[in-house]
Design a protein. Structure first.
Length: 238
């Protein structure tokens, strides 16, 4: 059973047509490409925030959408944890209520996420008073509280300096090691792909141009900023 399967999927995306036939089986899959390549469009199609004009998306034999059969599962029933670029925390809710929004887990799950993401001291605070890193931990914790079949992270480390990126990657490695949830990781940074992902899908204007292991496409010399502690085998120094 595949984590995700796209069959003859088509959709409009800005000034180009998005088309994809692909199966995803890796535990952590990077979606790589420049701005405007269709990376966020792909996540929105999976999440059900955008409807395709043709084709089918399924996950472990559960059909999310099949245009020919007129089959459609709404976003709230797909059980996907989607963390968008703006994190989408509710400003009128404190951290505790943000974490529990849509939660399917038990009290023990809440305690585990609060402990592992170091959120206990933040539970009564509101998003406006939090740092970017704190908001990121809360958004990922909230997504995991829904017990998703898939976690999708859209450009989670964009525009951060190297030190904050390194901290963010350590957080994602913690998620990978402690939660049995497949991950789609969208970025236009090759360093992040090699440091965290098992496989990479390269998009260009709505088309898949390459699929393979990160080190097949990216050189070790592109990785000066991160300590390599997880994901695919560490690249050898040149």
């Amino acid at each position: 059973m595949s984590i995700l399967h796209f069959e003859h999927l088509q959709s409009r995306a800005g000034d180009f047509s998005f088309e994809i036939d692909l199966q995803i089986d890796a535990r952590v899959t990077g979606i790589f490409g420049p701005s405007g390549a269709g990376k966020t469009t792909l996540l929105e199609l999976i999440a059900g925030l955008r409807k395709p004009t043709r084709g089918k998306i399924s996950s472990n034999q559960i059909v999310f959408v099949d245009c020919a059969a007129r089959q459609w599962i709404p976003p709230e029933s797909r059980h996907i944890g989607y963390v968008p670029q703006d994190l989408a925390l509710f400003p009128h809710m404190n951290v505790r209520r943000n974490l529990l929004f849509g939660a399917n887990g038990a009290e023990s799950d809440f305690k585990h996420i609060v402990d592992r993401f170091e959120l206990d001291a933040l539970l009564d605070r509101f998003p406006a008073s939090l740092s970017g890193g704190e908001k990121q931990r809360i958004a990922i914790g909230r997504a995991l509280m829904t017990k998703p079949r898939l976690l999708m992270l859209d450009e989670p480390l964009s525009n951060l300096d190297p030190e904050l990126k390194s901290r963010g990657l350590e957080l994602f490695r913690k998620v990978r090691s402690e939660f049995n949830t497949p991950i789609l990781y969208v970025t236009h940074d090759a360093d992040e792909i090699v440091a965290f992902c098992d496989e990479v899908i390269i998009l260009d204007r709505g088309r898949v141009t390459e699929v393979g292991t990160p080190t097949k496409f990216f050189r070790p010399s592109e990785l000066p900023r991160f300590v390599y502690t997880g994901g695919p085998a560490a690249p050898k120094s040149s």
